[in-house]
Ligand binder design. Structure first.
Ligand SMILES: Cc1cc2nc3c(=O)[nH]c(=O)nc-3n(C[C@H](O)[C@H](O)[C@H](O)COP(=O)(O)OP(=O)(O)OC[C@H]3O[C@@H](n4cnc5c(N)ncnc54)[C@H](O)[C@@H]3O)c2cc1C
Length: 392
């Protein structure tokens, strides 16, 4: 293979994985998800099944009890969950943030946590980056960790920390050196692995945020939280780089989640457009109904190709920042188009909760905002791919 060649599987890759996920998803129909929404509940049974099947340990190396699969396999798992009408977000964070622990954690941390994560007895599902006053401008974050002997004392606040109430561990980003004492604003930020089982009620208070979709997102208040110095991941002050390292993987996984959601919406729209008879013929016989569905399918296929390319580059150890960001962008747009088209195709019934369309429509909107908003992805492409001046 030449330097410029990566292998790209254009068919239904990882068919056994897909089959297994489909079988699990079949046990969690629309009303399961609808009932959870009523109570803002967490799909514990669903996540437990995925965990028991080893799917959430896809990226954990075999030596620590995981499956040691490439990123593309993890992307396929998340895509397939969404493509079958279920929700990958309650379980995706473990995959998003695994790289930080794998690449930068000490051997002791890996030995301590990875086998239990792989076995499903420990959940690493929370990632505390966003703060209420600083938002996308991560280097300005206000959460502060101060070394005190063999401990750190942490104070601050996070917002939209999803699943914190359903996770045993949280990866937390905090400033360890004040902004005015660092050469570069990206320096002096550190990553900590917080054991929430010990921290809740002892320096951490977690409060749920009711949101547009059931995402189990929360506010995390941190006051005088003492954590052992061993909670630091990698070197002090290098945390921002560690998070950046993981962003390509995250973008690729998100893109595949989008593709899955979008495909679900197209499938539902096609079925409904074929069945629903108005003016004496299926509504799908009208170009005004059919073409938006066809367009959504075309756009999803293009997004899928870019996501596969990005994953192939990533798994081949090649630079993939451009492709990962473009895949995330294309997929987020295509998914939203697919969702809106499905809602329109269903007419008034799209609004009726029992059809599950309005719920997925809301879920398909998130990718424009989280884990990174559309503008920030375009800013990356403008600056790093096209060489335009930095816009933020
Ligand atoms: C349901 C949900 C779950 C989430 N889960 C998590 C989580 O688990 N962990 C976590 O850390 N965070 C999480 N987030 C937070 C999410 O990552 C942020 O909301 C997102 O990154 C945007 O930050 P912000 O909300 O502060 O928006 P802001 O940074 O305030 O931006 C607001 C708007 O302005 C735009 N904007 C800002 N600056 C510029 C600029 N210079 N140029 C162009 N446009 C700009 C943005 O694109 C955005 O549209 C979640 C959010 C939601 C809604």
């Amino acid at each position: 293979m030449s330097q410029d060649t990566v292998s790209l599987d254009l068919g239904e890759d990882y068919p056994e994985l897909r089959d297994s996920i489909r079988r699990i998803c079949a046990r969690y129909p629309l009303d399961y998800w609808a009932k959870l929404e009523e109570t803002s509940g967490y799909p514990s049974e669903f996540v437990a099944e995925l965990t028991e099947g080893g799917f959430l340990a896809a990226l954990v190396p075999e030596e620590y009890g995981g499956a040691g699969l490439p990123l593309r396999a993890a992307a396929v798992i998340l895509e397939e969950i969404n493509a079958n009408g279920c929700q990958a977000s309650p379980a995706h964070a473990q995959m998003y943030i695994m790289g930080t622990l794998l690449r930068h954690g000490t051997e002791e941390q890996k030995q301590k946590y990875l086998p239990e994560i792989a076995a499903g007895t420990l959940r690493l599902q929370a990632f505390g980056v966003t703060e209420p006053t600083t938002g996308s401008d991560t280097t300005q974050l206000k959460t502060r960790a101060v070394r005190d002997g063999d401990h750190y004392v942490i104070d601050g606040q996070k917002v939209f920390t999803s699943r914190a109430l359903y996770s045993d561990l949280m990866l937390l980003l905090a400033r360890t050196t004040p902004l005015d004492q660092v050469a570069k604003k990206t320096d002096g930020i550190s990553v900590f692995l917080i054991d929430l089982r010990e921290a809740r009620g002892n320096g951490i208070d977690i409060r749920p945020i009711r949101a547009l979709m059931n995402h189990n997102t929360t506010e995390v208040f941190i006051e005088n939280l003492r954590v052992p110095a061993s909670a630091l991941v990698g070197q002090e002050g290098k945390g921002f780089r560690y998070i950046l390292d993981g962003m390509n993987a995250e973008r690729i996984l998100v893109a595949s989640e989008c593709v899955g959601d979008g495909r679900y919406m197209v499938k539902r729209a096609v079925e409904y457009a074929g069945e629903r008879v108005v003016f004496g013929r299926p509504i799908g016989a009208n170009q005004g109904v059919q073409f938006p569905i066809a367009r959504a399918h075309v756009e999803l296929e293009a997004a899928d190709l870019m996501a596969r390319k990005a994953a192939a580059l990533f798994d081949g150890g090649r630079p993939c920042g451009a492709e990962a960001n473009m895949a995330k962008h294309l997929a987020a747009e295509a998914t939203w188009q697919a969702a809106d088209t499905a809602l329109q195709t269903f007419g008034g019934f799209g609004y009726a909760s029992e059809y599950g369309i309005e719920r997925k429509w809301r879920e398909c909107r998130i990718y424009q905002t989280a884990p990174i908003s559309t503008n920030l992805v375009l800013a990356y492409v403008g600056q790093h791919v096209l060489g335009l001046p930095r816009s933020y």
